[in-house]
Design a protein around this ligand. Structure first.
Ligand code: E4P
Length: 229
């Protein structure tokens, strides 16, 4: 599985880029808000300039399809490594599939996002142009947040995406490092991870006795910070 970095803090993105651990990047409006991005275009241009050779996903902001299409044109013009993120519906629950078809006909690479159901995966993959590389972002973590096991959803999504050339399945909203292993086992193409999860890659394979010791040491440091010893 390829690991992407999920976030909109430029410094985190650049250190992930330099680490060599990641093969691409995803952002979304909530991550930009959290990162305090106030000038979307300036941010995107800087990212494209500093990361010119890995896939980058930038999302449209509009809620009506006409404006979304105009934004998609602008995002497409950011650079050849840019995927345009289109949510599968607008906030009224109206399907984005007609817009997706239109953009696919132009040969644009899309990252169809906020997908949670198998019906949405099927409709998206059906609308994709096999001559173009695209990303299908299924929000496994948000499926899990409803108390449902995301594994069967991801398994079915793998089968649906495999049947279409250029349809790359992305495990979105990862919640823990182990999701990387689950995604890999299922044959998911990409998993996007927060900087916290990427940081944990360094701990992979660490002896559990050592982790136990590190845990007790951390507790002990906190005890001392509290002045209990
Ligand atoms: C990635 O493209 C998604 O926008 C992101 O993984 C969503 O994560 P969240 O569901 O934790 O907000």
């Amino acid at each position: 599985v390829k690991i992407y970095a999920d976030g909109a803090v430029l410094d985190d993105m650049l250190s992930a880029y330099q680490s060599g651990f990641v093969s691409g990047f995803t952002t979304n409006p909530s991550l930009m808000k959290k990162a305090g991005v106030t000038d979307y275009v300036a941010f995107a241009q800087e990212v494209v300039e500093k990361i010119p050779d890995l896939p980058l996903s930038f999302e449209v902001f509009a809620d009506d399809f006409e404006t979304m299409e105009k934004e998609a044109e602008k995002i497409h013009a950011f650079g050849p490594n840019v995927f345009i993120k289109i949510p599968i519906t607008n906030t009224k629950g109206e399907s984005s599939i007609p817009l997706i078809r239109k953009l696919e006909a132009k040969g644009y690479s899309l990252n169809v996002t906020a997908i949670l159901t198998i019906e949405q995966v099927e409709a998206t993959v059906e609308a994709l142009n096999p001559e173009v590389e695209n990303i299908v972002s299924v929000f496994a973590g948000r499926i899990a947040d409803t108390g449902r096991d995301p594994i069967p959803y991801m398994k079915k999504s793998v089968a649906i995406c495999r049947a279409k050339k250029g349809a790359n399945l992305l495990w979105a909203s990862s919640r823990e490092l182990f999701n990387v292993y689950e995604a890999d086992r299922l044959g998911v193409d990409i998993i996007t991870c927060t900087p916290e999860i990427i940081g944990k890659l360094k701990k992979v394979g660490k002896p559990l006795e050592q982790v136990s010791l590190d845990t007790v040491k951390a507790f002990n440091q906190d005890i001392q910070a509290l002045g209990y010893s």
